[in-house]
Design a protein around this ligand. Structure first.
Ligand code: ADP
Length: 447
């Protein structure tokens, strides 16, 4: 087992990882920017190293500084959290070259899944159902027209290097195709330095359903069921739940089994999430994330398994603590992402939190790095906390969520709490009846 883990992140996820390390008796080092000297993870860590000024590229993305911090403190492993360097293959390779363990998959697996064309090809080869579309990059209009006619309109043009929902264009008919292909490719080139794009069928009313997987790196793979993350705004998840209100046990076992086998065959190591669009009873792979997700706690709530413990165990060579048959699903869980944003316009609302009171009681978990008197720096993303609620079934979970939202107090800044108080009283949400467009349509109506 590791003696000392360096946590290369900030905010709630740095604290989340720190807690797991403490439970496992592992010493912790955190790195932080000058803007985060007062952060909770810095206060609670055994050691901390300031690695640079506020901008992420000079601190949380500064590989040389982070490697130096490992060497100074004698850390033998790095947990990257999510975002920042968590899906940076070069970072994983550099750590390996310094004999420091990256708590995550190999650089090669990160590289494959970071290239969406390659990821889709790999998924298909491993028997995962994919969205019908081009086999690789599409460059000329004639080929694009042929493929689009074959799969049928509408189609979507996506950037191979895409991320965060950028570089996508929908073509409803052949008349839109030429412009869509051109603009997607130009935008991709400008945003990612890679103009390769591919075509796939555009699904009109899908849900976003993702499967949590784990590999031990030695040919064993398991799945921890799915999460439904269909409630999104600008492709950013807002509310996540497990299990999905749309799946039955047979579908869960089928798609979970396919994913677990794929992970085993790939020889994958650590945590991963295989993301699908789901429509009319069919699953369509869109991408794989090779890291821990923001929404992992809903899976922890219904399985009772600490996924960060598992990541650390697997990375240290100790293997998974569970076999597939040990993983049981119990009840229902919902996560609300509480952002420091105006709940109507979603503009960021940094500033000082004058009062912070979190709800408690059975089935309530709050993962947050903030506290009363904390000043939210303007440099990073606006997530200030996650409320995760568990109940024996979805009805009990929703009742408990409504009560917890009423108890939650964040004064001094604007937050998205009022949005969740609205959603929890909405009939479609109560019925689990929503797709990936539902939230934006709802917000447009409210305006
Ligand atoms: P990114 O890595 O940029 O987040 P994804 O491939 O995960 O890109 O897609 C992000 C979102 O774009 C999906 O959650 C979905 O809302 C939409 N999307 C992507 N592909 C399709 C498709 N084939 N049909 C309909 N919507 C899609």
């Amino acid at each position: 087992m590791f003696q000392k883990i360096l946590i290369a992140n900030r905010g709630e996820i740095a604290l989340r990882v720190l807690r797991a390390c403490k439970e496992l008796g592992i010493q912790t080092v955190v790195v932080h920017s000058t803007a985060d000297a007062d952060a909770m993870h810095v206060r609670l860590a055994d050691e901390s190293v300031c690695i640079g000024p506020p901008p992420s590229r000079d601190s949380y993305l500064n590989i040389h500084q982070i490697v130096a911090a490992c060497e100074i403190t004698g850390a033998d492993a790095v947990h990257p959290g999510y975002g920042f360097l968590s899906e940076n293959a070069k970072f994983a390779d550099i750590l390996a070259a310094h004999n420091i363990t990256f708590i995550g998959p190999s650089g090669d697996h990160i590289r494959i899944m970071g290239d969406k064309i390659e990821a889709k090809r790999t998924a298909k080869r491993l028997g995962i159902p994919v969205v019908p579309g081009s086999d690789g990059a599409v460059t000329d209009q004639k080929e694009a027209r042929r493929i689009a006619a074959e799969i049928g309109y509408p189609v979507i043009i996506k950037a191979s290097a895409g991320g965060g929902g950028r570089g996508m264009k929908v073509a409803l008919t052949e008349a839109d195709l030429e412009i869509a292909l051109q603009t997607a490719s130009t935008e991709a080139g400008a945003a990612f330095g890679d103009d390769a794009v591919y075509i796939e069928k555009y699904l009109e009313k899908p849900r976003h359903i993702e499967v949590q997987v784990f590999g031990d790196g030695a040919g064993r793979g398991v799945h921890f069921g799915e999460r439904d993350c269909s409630l999104q705004r600008r492709h950013q998840k807002v509310w996540e739940e497990a299990p999905s209100p749309a799946l039955n046990a047979e579908e869960r076992a089928r798609i979970g089994g396919i994913c677990a086998k794929a992970i085993a065959d790939l020889g994958y190591s650590g945590a991963g999430t295989i993301e699908f669009l789901y429509e009319n009873g069919e699953f369509y792979f869109i991408e794989m994330n090779t890291r821990l997700q923001v929404e992992h706690p809903v899976t922890e709530a219904i399985t009772g398994i600490d996924l960060v413990h598992e990541q650390i165990r697997v990375a240290s060579g100790g293997g998974l603590s569970v076999r597939q048959e040990d993983i049981k699903f119990n009840g229902h869980a919902i996560e609300c992402r509480i952002n420091a944003e105006d709940p109507r316009t979603f503009t960021p609302s940094p500033g000082t939190i004058t009062h912070f009171h979190t709800p408690g009681g059975l089935g309530i978990r709050v993962d947050s790095g903030v506290y009363s008197g904390y000043k939210i720096p303007p440099y990073y993303d606006s997530l200030i906390g996650k409320l995760i609620v568990h109940g024996r079934n979805r009805v009990e979970c929703m009742m408990r969520l409504r009560r917890a939202l009423d108890e939650f107090v964040v004064d001094g800044i604007k937050t998205t709490l009022p949005l969740f108080r609205d959603l929890v009283g909405n009939a479609d949400i109560a019925n689990g009846d929503y797709d990936i467009h539902w939230l934006e349509q709802y917000l447009a109506k409210e305006e």
